[in-house]
Ligand binder design. Structure first.
Ligand SMILES: N=CN[C@@H](CCC(=O)O)C(=O)O
Ligand SMILES: [Zn+2]
Length: 412
């Protein structure tokens, strides 16, 4: 028989659910890994167990829809040179690729497990991670295997960089053929770095077509280094997300906003191309911040993610990303919290609307929605050591994660 647990003493509960809103003096009931009840503490039902959280704020666990955790080595020297004025370039990926290839499976698994544990300790309850530092059939296959075993969602990023010494056209064919065949059983998503020094729009198109034909959902790295074709291609292919977005034209912004509506302007939840912004990466590369405010004002669905990787964003702290989005990107607290929870869920098509619309690639029967604190959603809860969530921006850099429940299990 399943046991029910009452989590009470929540001074402020941000549900990210339009009907429930933000509740004061709230409680939730967790049972069978799901939220079974959400409401005012005074009305909470009796449960088998109870935990009093002592007047703390709570919100859905972070959904980090973009990370690159399968790697060995760091690039601190490159970072230091960048702080001294050198520009970021895609070629640095090759340095991490060499270190990653040299690590054996056990070491790589341990490194990824440690990084996932760090993310969870910071309030992340659902995490995507990518291949992309293997770049041979063998190394991409094992990266995909390790990613799938360690994270909630795994993405094939063979098209991250043309490896040193390889011919770009021949490598693109490999990515679309034997490498895809080897990796596809492990992953739900495919991604391409479509930008200066990485893959051209024409090569990107070929990879997206091949991966779509293999049944994978699509996402893109685009518009990070220049105003390129990434965002437009993502919308054209119905990708779930396009990420970075530092350099966007007015047409790109309009296309992203329109991707969530039909011809008569009605919203089509579960069909949008989410605009995912990566504030920690923007700071670490000294790039102009992605225009999250402009995207939201235009009507786009925005997600916030960490992009944790050793080159451009060596942090998995979603608390930091949310604080920065409020402080520097001019999002309201409510917008930032929504982007880092439901926005990420939408970018992975694991929100309730995408599940209902049937647009999640490779769905698994019985998968509960994520991204909100609402009945029937997966019980992913982040409790802050603060009375209100605004402390995430008000006290930046402070250790504010008090407790974490992941699929109903206490993870911190
Ligand atoms: N921009 C492309 N890929 C990663 C960086 C990879 C690296 O430099 O190691 C990113 O999302 O920022
Ligand atoms: Zn990335």
């Amino acid at each position: 028989m399943s046991r029910s647990t009452l989590l009470t003493g929540l001074s402020e509960l941000t549900t990210v659910d339009d009907a429930l809103g933000t509740l004061r003096d709230a409680a939730v009931v967790v049972e069978d890994g799901l939220f079974a009840w959400v409401g005012p503490a005074a009305e909470a039902p009796a449960c088998d167990d109870a935990v009093d959280l002592g007047g703390r704020a709570a919100l859905p666990g972070w959904v980090d829809s973009h990370s690159h955790l399968v790697f060995d080595g760091d690039r601190a020297a490159e970072f230091e040179a960048r702080m001294a004025g050198q520009a970021y370039a895609a070629g640095g990926i090759g340095v991490t690729t060499s270190a990653t290839r040299a690590a054996d499976d056990e070491r790589l698994r341990g490194l990824v497990a440690g990084r996932v544990a760090e993310a969870v300790a910071g309030g992340t309850t659902y995490l995507e991670t990518k291949t992309g530092y293997g770049l041979t059939v063998h190394d991409e296959e094992r990266s995909a295997r390790i990613a799938a075993a360690s994270a909630d969602e795994a993405t094939y990023l063979g098209a991250h960089l043309v490896p040193a010494g390889a011919d770009a056209e021949e490598y693109t064919e490999l990515v679309c053929g034997p490498m895809l065949d080897a990796v596809a059983p492990h992953v739900r998503w495919a991604d391409v770095f479509c930008d200066r020094g990485a893959f051209t729009p024409e090569q990107t198109r070929r990879v997206l077509e091949a991966c779509r034909a293999a049944g994978l959902g699509l996402r893109l790295h685009g518009n990070q280094l220049e105003q390129g074709a990434g965002a437009a291609l993502a919308v054209e292919f119905g990708a779930a997300s396009v990420d970075h977005l530092n350099f966007l034209s007015d047409d790109d912004v309009a296309a992203l906003a329109a991707s969530g509506t039909d011809a008569s302007g009605r919203r089509r939840p579960g069909h949008e191309t989410v605009a995912t912004v990566l504030p920690a990466c923007d700071l670490s590369t000294r790039a102009p911040l992605a225009p999250a405010r402009r995207l939201l004002d235009a009507g786009a669905t925005v997600a916030l993610a960490s992009n944790c990787n050793p080159g451009t964003s060596y942090t998995s702290s979603m608390n930091f990303c949310v604080g920065t989005a409020v402080l520097q990107m001019h999002l309201s607290l409510e917008e930032a919290l929504r982007a880092a929870t439901l926005g990420g869920a939408r970018a992975l098509r694991r929100d309730a609307e995408s599940l209902a619309a049937g647009t999640r690639p490779r769905p698994v029967a019985g998968e509960a929605p994520i991204g909100r604190v609402a009945v029937g959603h997966r019980a992913d809860l982040h409790v802050l050591d603060a009375p209100a969530a605004i402390h995430l921006a008000y006290r930046p850099g402070m250790p504010l994660t008090h407790a974490v429940w992941r699929a109903g299990v206490r993870a911190r």
